[in-house]
Design a protein around this ligand. Structure first.
Ligand SMILES: NC(=O)c1ccc[n+]([C@@H]2O[C@H](COP(=O)([O-])OP(=O)(O)OC[C@H]3O[C@@H](n4cnc5c(N)ncnc54)[C@H](O)[C@@H]3O)[C@@H](O)[C@H]2O)c1
Length: 347
């Protein structure tokens, strides 16, 4: 464990409580130590400040004024995240936050530009600062085996939830559009942007199978890419297949195909491990197959990269264009949810 770990204050203690556990004994603990917790809800602040033996605040400004806090983890809901981020970076703190980055692409772009001009770091878990190792391997095979033009890019993410309405943003189709896509398929949207580039248009379908929430629990988003490929993302809270979370990709090219985690994965490994298979043909039309397996997937917090960027003041480490494009896709998805039609992504 590094001696000179940065001290982090965590804002938002609902999902954020899992980050507290990670800071105590998980991957974050090696790089950061918890200095304080903050939430508007005083009960959560009391519970977690006691449990972890750290300071607790109900007002974000008190946390931001604490000189012992080096960096901030922001784990509030996506709506209005840009406004909170802007407030935080203006106090001179760097931030790690979470997916989905925002609902409003203009606000997302503005805050990332503001961070650049102030010299502040904003990172999140999807998209991460650097492409994941499996993405590098996909690009290496594309080159080595001359896979040619990408024509289809599909992704699936599956889980089994039986949720009840609780009055939070998860019940609101405006704040949580095409819910399984926004909550879980968001990783696949950001992966697709990272691997295949710009998305041109989207169209969605969704149903409510088991959920008692007013938002969908079973959804499909079709996409077209600027390079002519067709994409598809299926995300569902209705599938109990022992692979929580199931997370797979299929890429078809003019000269081959690549599959990520398309075979049966052990429970809990599909998001955090990558098993790639490639099939192509040589000049004599003989089949070539390749296989690659490594830990690491999408959506993990790159804590080491964050701390390195903070120490080196590396503002170029934020993948601003990819973040904003992901939010532009979300905006088009919201329009598609209303219209039921194909909607252009604004660039
Ligand atoms: N694996 C992951 O990284 C992962 C998993 C689940 C959720 N998330 C993301 O985490 C985020 C939070 O999700 P959630 O379900 O916990 O949302 P939530 O709305 O249930 O909880 C947000 C918490 O933040 C607090 N809060 C809001 N505004 C605040 C403010 N100004 N100051 C202090 N506290 C404030 C609220 O009181 C609440 O406790 C979402 O963007 C979600 O998508 C990430």
């Amino acid at each position: 464990m590094q001696e000179d770990r940065l001290t982090i204050g965590i804002i938002g203690l609902n999902f954020g409580r899992h980050i507290l556990a990670d800071l105590e004994s998980g991957s974050a603990a090696e790089h950061l130590k918890l200095g304080a917790v903050c939430d508007l809800d005083a009960n959560k602040v009391n519970e977690f400040s006691k449990q972890y033996g750290v300071k607790g605040y109900t007002d974000m400004d008190d946390l931001l004024a604490d000189p012992e806090i080096d960096v901030i983890g922001l784990y509030t809901g996506p709506k209005g995240r840009a406004r909170l981020l802007s407030h935080i970076i203006r106090t001179g703190k760097d931030v790690m936050t979470t997916k989905p980055f925002e609902l409003d692409a203009t606000a997302a772009k503005a805050v990332l530009e503001e961070a650049q001009s102030l010299g502040r770091i904003i990172h999140l878990n999807s998209p991460t600062p650097k492409p994941n190792a499996f993405m590098e391997q996909i690009h290496a095979w594309e080159q080595e085996y001359h896979l040619g033009k990408l024509v289809y890019f599909g992704g699936e993410v599956t889980a089994s939830y039986r949720e009840e309405p609780d009055g939070t943003w998860l019940d609101d189709p405006e704040q949580c559009p095409m819910a399984p896509i926004f909550r879980l398929g968001i990783y696949l949207i950001n992966d697709m942007v990272r691997i295949a580039g710009g998305i041109d248009s989207v169209q969605g379908l969704g149903t409510r199978v088991f959920t008692k929430r007013p938002t969908m629990d079973n959804a499909n988003l079709c996409l077209t890419f600027q390079n002519g490929a067709i994409g598809n993302i299926y995300a569902s809270f209705c599938v109990n297949n022992g692979q929580f979370y199931g997370n797979s990709l299929v890429l078809h090219y003019e000269n081959g195909s690549i599959y990520r985690n398309c075979d049966i994965q052990d429970y809990g490994t599909s998001m955090n491990e990558s098993h790639l298979r490639m099939v192509s043909v040589d000049k004599d039309q003989q089949q070539i197959t390749r296989e690659w397996r490594q830990p690491g997937g999408s959506g993990q917090y790159a804590w080491e990269d964050f701390c390195e960027a903070v120490r080196n003041r590396d503002i170029s480490s934020t993948p601003a264009d990819a973040i904003v494009h992901g939010v532009q896709v979300i905006e088009a998805m919201i329009r598609a949810q209303h219209s039921g039609k194909l909607e252009k992504v604004n660039h």
